[in-house]
Design a protein. Structure first.
Length: 259
């Protein structure tokens, strides 16, 4: 009799939401980029030391050559972070990622395909229906269809504890209790926290600059809206422990106490 097959996997692979920083390169000055990153790590080591970083060359007119890219990666590692991937871009980006032995992060795919290929094709417009005599027209509907119920967003009733992450995909996030130190709450829309915020809160994760963060008791390690962030060391001491709102205005992150 043949031995029974063992179908149990040695490793279980799951795909999930992961908090990874995106470094969008706007000026390919390697020494300046490395120094800026070194300062970030020194100012907030708990947040940035050995942080996973995706390198995004979409802000440049052309992708750098392999030697320059390797110099940047080495410099960033020396500054204290860990480059783990390139943001999806053009075919040149894909070739560079293969040469560097780094994966492409697909979440940026749609954004770059629009940028590289021009504006998305417009939706087809239906031709107007020719006019018909009144007698042959269908009778008007007697009642309009019921409107769909509004989406309340994702509601997190339990505390978000250290090491946990809660992500609201394409909606708002409401946390009814607390967000502990080392925890992270992320929403593509706005974030509402009805207890203390001691971890990180990120609103507008997919670039929604109108998203906001509202918090009843502010002790955040980091807050961000549409990628613009501030860490605890940058926050005025008189706002700590207060009820605040965080929003983006003229590409600057604003934090103010709620009256």
């Amino acid at each position: 009799m043949s031995a029974a097959m063992d179908y149990e996997q040695a490793g279980e692979l799951k795909i999930g939401q992961v908090g990874i920083a995106n470094l969008r390169i706007r000026n390919l000055d390697v020494s300046r980029l490395v120094e800026e990153m070194r300062q970030r790590v020194q100012r907030a080591p708990k947040l940035f030391a050995r942080a996973a970083v995706v390198i995004d060359f979409g802000g440049l007119s052309q992708v750098p050559d392999e030697a320059t890219a390797r110099s940047l990666l080495d410099g960033l590692r020396d500054a204290g972070v860990l480059p783990v991937a390139l943001a999806y871009g053009t075919t040149a980006t894909e070739r560079l990622s293969e040469a560097l032995g780094l994966p492409l992060l697909a979440k940026f795919r749609a954004q770059y395909e629009r940028a590289d290929g021009g504006n998305p094709a417009p939706e087809p417009v239906a031709a107007p229906e020719p006019a018909r005599p009144a007698a042959s027209r269908p009778a008007a509907a007697t009642s309009a269809p019921a409107a769909p119920a509004p989406d309340p967003g994702l509601i997190q009733a339990a505390p978000v504890r250290s090491g946990q992450q809660v992500y609201a995909d394409n909606r708002d996030l409401t946390v009814l209790t607390s967000v502990g130190a080392g925890a992270e709450v992320i929403a593509d829309g706005s974030v509402h926290i009805y207890g203390p915020l001691r971890g990180r809160a990120l609103a507008g994760a997919q670039g929604n600059e109108k998203a906001r963060i509202f918090c009843r008791e502010f002790h955040a390690e980091l807050v961000a809206v549409a990628g613009h962030y501030r860490v605890l060391e940058d926050i005025p001491p008189d706002l700590r422990g207060k009820a605040v709102q965080v929003w983006l205005e003229d590409q600057q992150l604003k934090i103010a106490a709620l009256d």
